[in-house]
Design a protein around this ligand. Structure first.
Ligand SMILES: NC(=O)c1ccc[n+]([C@@H]2O[C@H](COP(=O)([O-])OP(=O)(O)OC[C@H]3O[C@@H](n4cnc5c(N)ncnc54)[C@H](O)[C@@H]3O)[C@@H](O)[C@H]2O)c1
Length: 238
């Protein structure tokens, strides 16, 4: 049996690096991509992986990445950024909207365009794991372009899953709340998120979100459906 290969974007830090470490521990061959060349080189060297400096917002760069990983069967589209402005929609500068959507949404779309036709062509089982966010299922006040971009990511993930139904290619998305990474000083450890994500891949589960936020996501949708004004979501307190 050949060793399985996985691709991870945003692999030089946080959740992506934790996914790389967990897959490395399972003996998976890794092709790691990140825009931060130095951090990528350090992680790739440590894990004996191939590092490919890649800006996920660049469709050609993602096509080149896919060409470097022809046998990959797990594609983790994980890279993301918060953006500089965390204000209300009208306070976010146009350049921030463009870059946040370019990386967070473009990164996923470019990844699907680059990899899915190749995965389908082999006719063998494969999986696309998309790092979305709780902010893509519930709306929190502030956050600039981040939440809207992650809503687009959860929609793209659902479109992809529906379009791939009946094929050997499955899609999962993770929707974490705060995770202690380069992006956030507080939250759960990225290794926990990576472990849950890989379990979802193994089990064919579509969406993974923290249990304490499930009711809040449903409650927010119910308010919208019943015509009420939106309010910030709150987690269940057990
Ligand atoms: N940390 C959290 O609280 C949290 C919560 C929910 C979802 N997420 C999502 O998790 C994913 C990973 O973020 P993280 O928390 O590990 O943050 P992080 O900043 O630690 O890691 C993100 C990595 O992505 C890389 N990256 C940024 N822009 C890139 C680009 N254009 N092309 C390629 N690589 C790029 C960065 O260099 C970095 O190595 C993101 O999609 C983020 O939105 C994070």
């Amino acid at each position: 049996m050949t060793t399985p290969t996985a691709v991870i974007t945003g692999a030089a830090s946080g959740i992506g690096r934790a996914l790389a470490e967990a897959l490395h521990a399972k003996g998976t061959r890794l092709v790691l991509a990140d825009v931060d060349a130095d951090a990528l080189s350090a992680t790739a060297t440590r894990l004996g992986a191939t590092g490919v400096v890649t800006d996920v917002a660049d469709p050609d760069a993602m096509t080149a990445l896919a060409e470097q990983a022809p046998r990959a069967r797990l594609i983790c589209l994980n890279a993301g950024i918060v953006g500089r402005s965390l204000g209300a929609p009208w306070e976010v500068p146009p350049g921030d909207w463009d870059r946040v959507f370019g990386v967070n949404v473009g990164g996923v779309v470019n990844g699907l365009r680059a990899f899915v036709p190749k995965l389908l062509a082999t006719g063998e089982p494969a999986h696309v794991l998309i790092t979305a966010s709780l902010a893509g299922l519930a709306v929190f006040p502030g956050g600039g372009a981040y939440g809207p971009s992650k809503h687009a990511v959860t929609a793209v993930a659902q479109h992809a899953a529906m379009a791939l139904a009946g094929t050997p290619v499955r899609v999962s998305m993770i929707c974490p709340a705060l995770v202690a990474t380069g992006m956030s000083a507080e939250g759960v450890e990225p290794g926990v998120v990576a472990e849950n994500a890989l379990r979802a891949v193994d089990d064919g589960v579509f969406a993974v979100l923290p249990a304490e936020w499930e009711d809040a996501v449903i409650a927010q949708a119910e308010r919208i459906v019943s015509g009420q004004q939106p309010v910030p979501p709150v987690p269940r307190q057990d």
